[in-house]
Design a protein around this ligand. Sequence first.
Ligand code: 2AM
Ligand code: CA
Ligand code: CA
Ligand code: CA
Length: 267
Amino acid sequence: MNDAIREELLINTKKWIYQAGDNIREQMEQAFKIDTKSNANDLVTDVDRATEQFFVENIKANYPDHKLIGEEGYGDKVESLDGIVWIIDPIDGTMNFVHQKRNFAISIGIYHDGIGEIGLIYNVMDDVLYTAVKGQGAYRNDTRLKPLNDEVRLETSIIAMNSIIACENKRINEKKIQQLIIDSRGTRSYGSAALEFAFLAEGIIDAYLTMQLAPWDFAAGFILVNEVGGITVQANGNPIDLLHNNTILTCNKQIYERLMNDYIELK
Ligand code: 2AM
Ligand code: CA
Ligand code: CA
Ligand code: CA
């Protein structure tokens, strides 16, 4: 992808994200419909759907040859990462959107032949836009993010995780996760994977571990974290797969080996 195309994509995507943010804030003031998906706690609203449709319409009108994967299904059936592929989560953190009216984000990753080119995560209620362009660094609004702190140790780290993985389960050794909770400085659970990636890139947390994310949850965050020198893998250490659900560990490189060797043991 050449610089001019990348620049134009970035400008348009930022514009649409800010418009979508305005729309979401407006729709929040009115009654909106809440449905459930895979289970009673898996929520989706009319605002999720309308926001994804807004992006699909704009992208298709401007870039008819681009492909689009979106959580709510208004995109294409994408089976390969050839060409330009947009991976969109219209509202990441729908439970927060419904219950808290804050702590949710729009997440957009743009890939070219499988390479992450542009990642945008917009914290809608805080009006904070995280931006990353491959090889050009990452930003929080207009402020460039620093490379991740190379002095951090596990003992001084804040680890984000879904607390359910510390309970008895079939997938990960929960005893070692309990030890991680004890050994690290503290743990957090923000309820928006995109924001957890963004907070890692910002350096306000040091790792995020979770047992199931979909491509739209991590497509933008992966690019953002890359640009500040962080590492993102599946929890078994394999490279992430942008076409399927993944376990995810994204972290500061300084604590990667410790986390892998001492705390993360998949069953
Ligand atoms: P969502 O709000 O877009 O659904 C909550 O811990 C995080 O996990 C959110 O980013 C949420 O995204 C995501 N999430 C919720 N249910 C999920 C599922 N069944 N598979 C993968 N990710 C999920
Ligand atoms: Ca969802
Ligand atoms: Ca999501
Ligand atoms: Ca979502």
